[in-house]
Design a binder for this molecule. Structure first.
Ligand SMILES: Nc1ncnc2c1ncn2[C@@H]1O[C@H](COP(=O)(O)OP(=O)(O)O)[C@@H](O)[C@H]1O
Ligand SMILES: [Mg+2]
Length: 309
């Protein structure tokens, strides 16, 4: 029997439902929660597939998952890319792929650890030209970390004074400044296996648990097709098999806003009964399919040829 393992944080509704769904399908794959302590560098991983929902918060899981990938396990999402990725690179990449993005700048951090002295920073321009920075994105703008999630340290700034005041409180974070897209429609795409896309109505103005609720908006069919195609292109470019991709629609044009959610919120209390069953079923399909053809679906790593020679 092929095994799939789940690494999770405090969430329960999604992983419980996914394990039940995979096991109930009786498709030659069983799923369970992983239990792991110390592991040796030579140990083979017993799982054909691991669904990683939490390695961003538990550092030990990062080397564990990379070693699992080395022993042939398919890790969803790719444990190497997940750490290497950042929102600024992602924005630059998808822009080059022809997807519209807000005008975006990355800024040097405000603060550094104490042992970083001014000589260490001699390559950095100082002071920054805040007039030019604000002129590029326009105001209001969004100041947000280049790596992050859950709206942590995301700020809307309406004036140059506010921009400076907020930046001065960002400490060692590396911040992006982004044109604020004044949207008339907003969607969040639930993405499984790169190409399986469910476009949901989602309202970021509402409180967290209300965002998927009672939001109905008519989307033009051509807009739906563009959003779907852009979401697929983003997932394929970034390599995510489990993701959410948000678009703000301005003047009928979708702008990609947040598309780097490698452990998206799949809780039933957020997704509601309307979207939760789709996610569970699509993820079960993906895990079973990847477990069955693990060797072909494996991403080619640089060392594969050496290991197989
Ligand atoms: N450039 C932008 N224009 C308009 N709204 C934005 C922009 N950037 C972020 N937002 C809003 O702020 C929310 C949080 O920002 P996001 O980039 O998703 O950060 P996080 O990764 O922390 O969730 C988004 O869901 C969106 O509603
Ligand atoms: Mg977000």
């Amino acid at each position: 029997m092929l095994k799939a393992g789940l690494l999770v944080g405090r969430e329960r509704s999604f992983p419980d439902a996914l394990i039940l769904e995979i096991n109930n399908r009786d498709a030659g794959v069983t799923a369970e929660y992983i239990k792991v302590g110390e592991i040796s560098s030579a140990a083979p991983c017993p799982y054909r597939v691991i669904v990683d929902r939490i390695s961003h918060e538990v550092v030990f899981y990062q080397p564990y998952l990379k070693a699992a990938a080395l022993s042939g396990t398919v890790v969803i999402n790719n444990p190497f890319w997940r750490l290497a990725d950042d929102k600024f690179f992602g924005t630059a990449l998808v822009e080059r792929l022809g997807i519209r993005v807000p005008k975006t700048l990355i800024l040097p951090s405000r603060d550094y650890p104490e042992d970083v002295i001014s000589e260490t920073l001699s390559n950095l321009k100082s002071p920054l030209d805040w007039q030019a920075i604000a002129a590029y994105t326009g105001l209001p703008a969004i100041l947000k970390p280049h790596w992050g999630g859950g709206w942590k340290d995301v700020h809307a700034v309406g004036s140059l004074e506010e921009l400076l005041a907020v930046y001065n409180r960002t400490g060692r974070l590396c911040m992006m400044l982004q044109e604020f897209i004044q949207w008339e429609q907003y969607v969040r795409c639930l993405c499984v296996g790169k190409t399986n896309i469910l476009i949901t109505n989602w309202d970021p103005r509402k409180p967290h648990f209300e965002r998927y609720r009672d939001v109905d908006q008519a989307l033009d069919p051509s807009l739906v097709e563009r959003i779907r195609a852009d979401a697929i292109k983003i997932n394929e470019a970034l390599g995510y098999d489990m993701n959410t991709v948000e678009f703000a629609v301005r003047d009928g044009v979708p702008f990609a806003i947040d598309f780097m959610n490698s452990a998206p919120d799949f809780d039933i209390s957020s997704l509601t009964e309307r979207y939760f069953p789709w996610v569970v079923s699509a993820m079960a399909d993906l895990v079973i399919e990847r477990a069955k053809r693990a060797s072909e679906s494996q991403i080619a790593y640089r060392w594969d040829a050496l290991l197989n020679s």
